[in-house]
Design a protein around this ligand. Structure first.
Ligand code: BGC
Length: 763
C-alpha cells in the first residue's frame, strides 16, 4: 500500500483505533482493526532460528514453540566473518518465516560484548562494532530478501543482564557514537531493517523507550530509518512520553491500559494527535509490506535446513591452538570425553531458545569409528567432581592415542536474565582437563560457550577448538574439523583475555545499583588490550587453519588524500600450504600522531577468501572518510584529523602482516572559540594571534631566557628552559595582564579575543 493510501487509511481511524494499534494484541501479534480491514501480523524470536509460539504460551515457555532448526548463535556466526554465508542463513530463516506466517523475526542482536560476563553474550556478535554491524547487516539482508522483517535489537547500550530493566548505561557521547551506536548504524543505514527493538535499560538516565535523541534524532533523522520501533517485552515506561520519543509499538499487550493513556493524552491536549497519526502510518507501512508480500507457496524442509545449519557451523568454529595434533591422524585410538560430546551445548537459554527438531552430537557424527571410546567425565547440572565419572574418563584417555574433551559453560553459567559472576569454566571441568592432560599428552579441548573463558590448562593441551554455541548441527561440524574433512576458517570476533581482571570493564561491571558508568570509553576489547600492550590468551581476529597463508604486495592508490576522497588498498594473499582453505583478511587503521586519544588501531574492513594450495588472490578494500574518523564532540560529527594513518593488514589484530602509511588531509575547519582561559599554547597555533601576543609580551621577564635576565646558575637550575616553556604553553591568556608589565589590559585583551574569534568564524 502506498504512502497516500496509508495516510488515507489513518484518517479513517478513530482515536481509539489508532491508540490500539500502538500495542500488541497478545504476546506475538499486532492488533487487527476489522472495521477497516487492517490485518494483524505475527512477530517471533529470533535471532538464530524460529521460536514461533502458540498464542497461549507464556513468554519464556520454550516447549510450546514449534519444532524448528537452531542455527549457530550470534557469537558463532560472527566468527565466520562470512557475509555471504550469513546472508544465506538469513534467506533460510526468511523462508521458514514465510512458511510459518511469521512477518517479523526478532533479531539480530548487535549489542557490544563489553564484558565477558554479560549473560547474553552468546546472542551478540562482537566486541567490535564493525563486525557486529556487518554480520547483522548480512543477516538482515538475507531475511528481508524473503520479504520478512527484522528487528535489530536491543537499541541501545544494553550490555549486561544485571538489572537490565532499570539500570542506566552512562556513556560519553564519543564512545556512544564510535562503539555502541556504530554497532547498529551500518546495518540500519545500509540494510534498512523493517523494525528496531528498543532495549530495557536507560541511556544516561533516560529509558531507551523514551529516548527521543536515539529513537528519533539519530535513528530516523540521521540514519533515515523508516520502519517502526517496538519495545522490548515490557520495556515501556511512560507510554505517552515513549510515543512522543518515537516508540511506535508496545510489546506485548498492555491489556488496553496504555492505549487508554494515549487517547486521554490526545483528548487533554498533552499529546499532539499528529504524532499518533505518524506512528500509525509508520506501523501500517510495515504491516502492509509484510501482508502484501506473503508467499503462500513457501515451504521448508527441516532436514535440508539442518544441513544448512551444519554448513554454517563449519565456518563458525575457531581453531585456537594446534601443536601438530589436528586433524586427527587416521587409525588412531580416540577417546571422546565429556558430556558435551554426547549432548552438546549448542544454544543459550532465554528468548532465543529454539525447540530444535534434532541435534547432532560429535559422538553421533563420528559414528562407529573403530577405536573410538566415550566417557562422560562430568555432569553439567552442578559444578561438582563426580569421582566415578572422572576416573572412567582418565582411564579411557590414558588407554587411547588421543583424548578429545568436550567442555564449556553449562546453562546455569550463561543465560539471558543474569550475568556470569566470573570468567571460569566449572571447576569440575577444569580439573578433569588437568587430570586427562596429565595422563594423555595428546589432548584436544573442544569448547562450547558464548563468551571467553579462562584456560588455566592451556599449556598442557595440544589443541583447542572454540566451537561456540554453533547450533543443532554443531557435533557434525566439529567432527568434520577434528578429522580434517573441513578446514577450519573462523576467527575470534572478540579477545580472550588471560583473566577477567584484565578486561577494561572489570572495575565498573555491572555497575553500582542502577548505574553503570562505562569508564573505559572507546577502549573496548582489543582497543584496550592493544593500547595497554597487554598479553592476552587469544587476540581478536585470531584463528588457525590446516593450511598457511602469506601476505604480500600491499599497495595503496594514493599516498596522500583529502578526507573527501576514497582510498583503495590492495594486498595479495597466497595459500602456502597443502590444503584448500579460507582466510579472513583484516584491515586496521591507526592514526600516528596521538593528537586525539584513540585506539592504536581499529578494524575498518575485512574479507574472507577461499584459496587452493599455491593459489594467490588479490583483495581490494575501499576506505572512505569514516575509516579515518573519530567523533568530534565540538562539531557533533565525524571528523578526520589531518594526520598520517597506518594501514595495517593482519591475519589477526596481533599478527599484522603488512603495513603502509598514508597522509589524510582534513577539509573541515573546527571552529575555535578563544576565551580568557584559552592557553597560550593553543593560541600560538593561530598565526595572527601569535604575532599579536608576541608584540605585547616582548618586554616581559617571563619570556626572557635566563641569561637575558642575568640570572645565577642556581636560579636557572630552579626554572629550566623546559619548565619556562611549559609554563607559557599552559598559561591562560588572562595571565598576560599580570605578566606583560602593564602592556596588556583586560579591555585590550577582550578586544583581541573578539577579533580572533570573528576571524575564525568568518574563515
Ligand atoms: C528479550 C528480547 C526478545 C523478547 C521477546 C525479551 O525478554 O530481551 O530479545 O525478543 O523478550 O521474546
Amino acid at each position: 500500500m502506498n504512502a497516500d493510501k496509508i495516510k488515507e487509511l489513518v484518517s479513517q481511524m478513530t482515536l481509539e483505533e489508532k491508540a490500539s494499534l500502538c500495542s500488541g494484541a497478545d504476546f506475538w501479534h499486532t492488533k487487527e482493526i476489522k472495521r477497516l480491514g487492517i490485518p494483524s501480523v505475527m512477530v517471533s524470536d529470533g535471532p538464530h532460528g524460529l521460536r514461533k509460539q502458540d498464542q497461549k504460551a507464556d513468554h519464556l515457555g520454550v516447549n510450546d514453540s514449534i519444532k524448528a532448526v537452531c542455527f549457530p548463535a550470534g557469537c558463532a556466526t560472527a566468527a565466520s566473518f562470512n557475509r555471504d554465508l550469513i546472508k544465506e542463513m538469513g534467506e533460510t530463516l526468511g523462508n521458514e518465516c514465510q512458511a510459518e506466517k511469521v512477518s517479523v523475526i526478532l533479531g539480530p542482536a548487535v549489542n557490544i560484548k563489553r564484558s565477558p560476563l554479560c549473560g547474553r553474550n552468546f546472542e551478540y556478535y562482537s566486541e567490535d562494532p564493525l563486525v557486529a554491524t556487518e554480520m547483522a547487516g548480512s543477516l538482515i539482508e538475507g531475511i528481508q530478501n524473503k520479504n520478512i522483517g527484522t528487528s535489530i535489537k536491543h537499541f541501545l547500550a544494553n550490555n549486561q543482564e544485571t538489572r537490565r530493566m532499570s539500570s542506566s548505561s552512562d556513556i560519553d557521547e564519543r564512545t556512544l557514537r564510535e562503539i555502541y551506536l556504530a554497532a547498529f548504524e551500518g546495518a540500519v543505514c545500509r540494510q534498512k531493517p523493517w523494525t528496531v527493538m528498543c532495549s530495557y535499560n536507560k541511556i544516561n538516565g533516560t529509558y531507551a523507550a523514551e529516548n527521543k535523541t536515539y529513537l528519533t534524532d539519530v535513528l530516523r533523522k540521521e540514519w533515515g530509518f523508516d520502519g517502526f520501533v517496538m519495545s522490548d517485552w515490557g520495556a515501556v515506561n511512560d507510554r505517552v512520553r515513549d510515543l512522543e520519543a518515537g516508540l511506535n509499538l508496545e510489546m506485548p499487550s498492555s491489556g488496553g491500559i496504555n492505549d487508554k493513556l494515549i487517547t486521554e493524552a490526545v483528548r487533554s491536549g498533552r499529546l499532539d494527535e499528529q504524532i499518533l497519526d505518524r506512528s500509525c502510518e509508520e506501523m501500517l507501512n510495515i504491516i502492509y509490506r509484510a501482508v502484501e508480500n506473503q508467499d503462500e507457496n513457501a515451504v521448508f524442509d527441516l532436514e535440508k535446513d539442518h544441513e544448512k545449519a551444519r554448513k554454517i557451523a563449519e565456518e563458525t568454529i575457531v581453531l585456537l591452538k594446534n601443536e601438530d595434533i589436528l586433524p586427527l591422524k587416521p587409525g588412531c585410538k580416540i577417546a571422546f570425553i565429556g558430556k558435551y560430546a554426547k549432548k552438546p551445548r549448542y544454544q543459550g537459554g532465554g528468548s532465543s531458545h529454539i525447540n530444535s527438531f534434532k541435534v547432532t552430537s560429535a559422538l553421533e557424527a563420528a559414528g562407529s569409528l573403530p577405536g573410538l571410546v566415550y566417557a562422560q567425565g562430568y555432569d553439567d547440572d552442578r559444578d561438582e567432581v563426580l569421582p566415578a565419572l572422572e576416573e572412567e574418563a582418565v582411564r579411557a584417555a590414558g588407554s587411547s592415542d588421543v583424548a578429545v574433551i568436550f567442555a564449556g559453560l553449562p546453562d546455569a553459567f550463561e543465560s539471558e536474565g543474569f550475568d556470569r559472576s566470573h570468567m571460569r569454566m566449572p571447576d569440575c571441568q577444569n580439573q578433569l582437563i588437568e587430570k586427562i592432560a596429565a595422563v594423555q599428552p595428546n589432548t584436544v579441548v573442544v569448547l562450547h560457550n558464548g563468551s571467553p573463558v579462562e584456560m588455566p590448562w592451556i599449556s598442557k593441551v595440544k589443541g583447542v577448538i572454540e566451537a561456540y554455541l554453533s547450533g543443532q548441527a554443531v557435533g557434525a561440524a566439529v567432527t568434520d574439523i577434528l578429522f580434517g574433512r573441513v578446514n577450519p576458517s573462523a576467527k575470534l570476533p572478540e579477545t580472550f583475555p588471560l583473566k577477567l581482571e584484565d578486561n577494561p570493564s572489570y572495575l565498573t561491571y555491572p555497575g553500582e545499583g542502577d548505574r553503570t558508568v562505562y569508564t573505559e570509553g572507546v577502549y573496548v576489547g582489543y582497543r584496550y588490550y592493544d593500547k595497554k600492550k597487554m598479553d592476552v590468551l587469544f587476540p581478536f581476529g585470531h584463528g588457525l587453519s590446516y593450511t598457511s597463508f602469506s601476505y604480500s604486495d600491499l599497495t595503496v592508490d594514493k599516498e596522500e588524500l583529502d578526507d573527501t576522497d576514497t582510498l583503495k588498498v590492495s594486498v595479495k594473499v597466497t595459500n602456502t600450504g597443502k590444503l584448500e582453505g579460507k582466510e579472513i583478511i583484516q584491515l586496521y587503521v591507526g592514526a600516528s600522531s596521538g593528537k586525539i586519544q584513540r585506539p592504536v588501531k581499529e578494524l575498518r574492513d575485512f574479507a574472507k577468501i577461499s584459496l587452493k594450495p599455491g593459489e594467490t588472490k588479490e583483495v581490494t578494500f575501499t576506505l572512505g572518510r569514516r575509516a579515518f574518523a573519530y567523533w568530534n564532540t565540538t562539531l557533533k560529527n565525524w571528523h578526520v584529523l589531518t594526520d598520517d594513518y597506518d594501514i595495517m593488514i593482519g591475519a589477526s589484530s596481533r599478527d599484522i602482516r603488512c603495513q603502509k602509511s598514508v597522509r589524510v588531509n582534513s577539509t573541515v575547519q573546527i571552529p575555535v572559540i578563544y576565551t580568557l582561559d584559552t592557553t597560550f599554547g593553543d593560541v600560538m597555533e593561530n598565526e595572527k594571534a601569535a604575532a599579536a601576543i608576541h608584540k605585547f609580551m616582548e618586554g616581559s621577564e617571563l619570556f626572557a631566557a635566563p641569561e637575558e635576565k642575568g640570572e645565577s646558575d642556581v636560579a636557572a637550575e630552579a626554572i629550566s628552559a623546559e619548565m619556562q616553556e611549559a609554563m607559557m604553553r599552559y598559561m591562560p591568556l588572562r595571565g598576560m595582564i599580570s605578566f606583560s608589565g602593564g602592556a596588556m589590559t583586560l579591555d585590550k585583551l577582550e578586544e583581541l579575543i573578539l577579533e580572533w574569534n570573528r576571524d575564525n568564524i568568518n574563515r
